[in-house]
Design a protein around this ligand. Structure first.
Ligand SMILES: Nc1ncnc2c1ncn2[C@@H]1O[C@H](COP(=O)(O)OP(=O)(O)OP(=O)(O)O)[C@@H](O)[C@H]1O
Length: 358
């Protein structure tokens, strides 16, 4: 196991990158603790796989370095990095038994058979494969096969990190929940450094202690699930995480304070005195009906089980709020207020006063 340090790392698939758009991965610096559970989260094309491939050694970065502990591994091939990988689609030997599949990475490294037996038994138990050890892998369902892939990733004791690239893609939706929690439990038991790539916020937030949120080749925030929810550093994070995502409402800014149509809105932060335009970020959970609030019109109410999602138009701007089950919902014209501690000013997308805080 090792701490992973990425320094001034950037990658372009073009031989002569010029503009910002030429970089699949814009320059980043990251440090991942030994034994941590991390997720790389972002929409398709944001650079997650590029970053994962640089860590595993499938790709050499255009510039910057990758260190495992004190060792610079930037130029080392994958097989010398001691990395285990679990991909989107199961990688199993169909003609082998489940036991032999799990044993394969160990036998390949000339581990003695007694240790192989003990280790395979331990991993099979963790991945619920014990009753299938004698079966041929070809007879298993897609999720059974993916459990073998997971098991093969976990069976080695000599790895610096285990990398997961969207490992639940082939799993039936009703089994996803089960495997998601299984992975978290496995991390708690194995305590190896694990990096999990996904575009699914639920997978990232369930699995990771810290989530790295990426957008168009850039890391926009690294934080615990709570930090990402409570204090998005960028409107992208606010919008991408949460369901529904954060309201992002254009506003005027004067002397650092936010105004909507001349009405002052209390916020947790202030903008720079020179700023005149910004956006208010407030999650629907922190918007309430209030006689002292801004005028708004209810345009749609959707029942989401324990709560309702209420869509309003407030001074011409769409604003959503979450109303608890059974709470009275005005039928049309009303007033809404934003909880000041959870309402923030963003300028050019970034939390005012925190550019680069990611
Ligand atoms: N081999 C390649 N050659 C050229 N461009 C590439 C190559 N691989 C990826 N890209 C581009 O680099 C950018 C980042 O892609 P990457 O696959 O890392 O994103 P991603 O977040 O993993 O997306 P997905 O979730 O769809 O796999 C995209 O614009 C993509 O088109």
């Amino acid at each position: 196991m090792a701490r992973i340090t990425l320094s001034n790392l950037a990658h372009s698939y073009r031989p002569d990158p010029v503009s910002d758009a030429d970089w699949a991965l814009k320059e980043l610096n990251l440090e991942w603790d030994d034994g941590g559970a991390y997720a790389l989260l972002g929409p398709s094309g944001c650079g997650k796989t590029t970053l994962l491939n640089i860590i595993s050694g499938l790709l050499t970065p255009t510039h910057g370095s990758v260190h495992f502990g004190d060792e610079d591994v930037t130029q080392l091939p994958t097989e010398k990095r001691h990395i285990a990988q679990v991909f989107q689609f199961p990688v199993v030997y169909d003609t082998m038994t489940v036991y032999d599949n799990l044993a394969f990475p160990l036998r390949n490294r000339h581990v003695d058979e007694a240790t192989v037996r003990a280790k395979v038994a331990e991993i099979a138990e963790m991945t619920d494969l014990t009753s299938m050890l004698d079966r041929r892998a070809s007879g298993l369902t897609a999720d059974g096969k993916q459990k073998i892939s997971l098991g093969r990733g976990l069976v080695r004791t000599d790895v610096n990190a285990i990398l997961f690239d969207e490992p639940l893609t082939v799993i039936d939706p009703h089994l996803k929940f089960q495997l998601r929690s299984k992975l978290k439990e496995l991390h708690n038991r194995i305590a190896n450094t694990m990096i999990y790539v996904t575009h699914d916020q639920t997978e990232a937030l369930t699995f990771a202690d810290k989530v790295v949120v990426m957008n168009v080749g850039e890391v926009v925030q690294i934080g615990t699930p709570e930090e990402l929810f409570e204090t998005p550093q960028h409107v992208f994070v606010g919008h991408f995480i949460g369901s529904p995502g954060m309201n992002v409402i254009p506003c005027d800014v004067k002397d650092g304070a936010a105004f909507i149509d001349g009405v002052r809105v209390a916020t947790a932060n202030e903008a720079d005195a020179a700023v005149t335009k910004g956006e208010l970020g407030v999650r629907p959970e922190f918007v309430t009906f209030s006689d002292d609030g801004l005028e708004a019109k209810v345009v749609k109410v959707s029942d989401a089980g324990r709560f309702s999602i209420v869509e309003t138009v407030c001074h011409g701007k769409p604003v959503k709020l979450v109303a608890p089950e059974g709470a009275p919902i005005p039928s049309e014209t009303t007033r809404i207020a934003f909880k000041p501690d959870n309402t923030r000013i963003y300028v050019d997308g970034w939390l005012a006063g925190a550019r680069g805080a990611a």
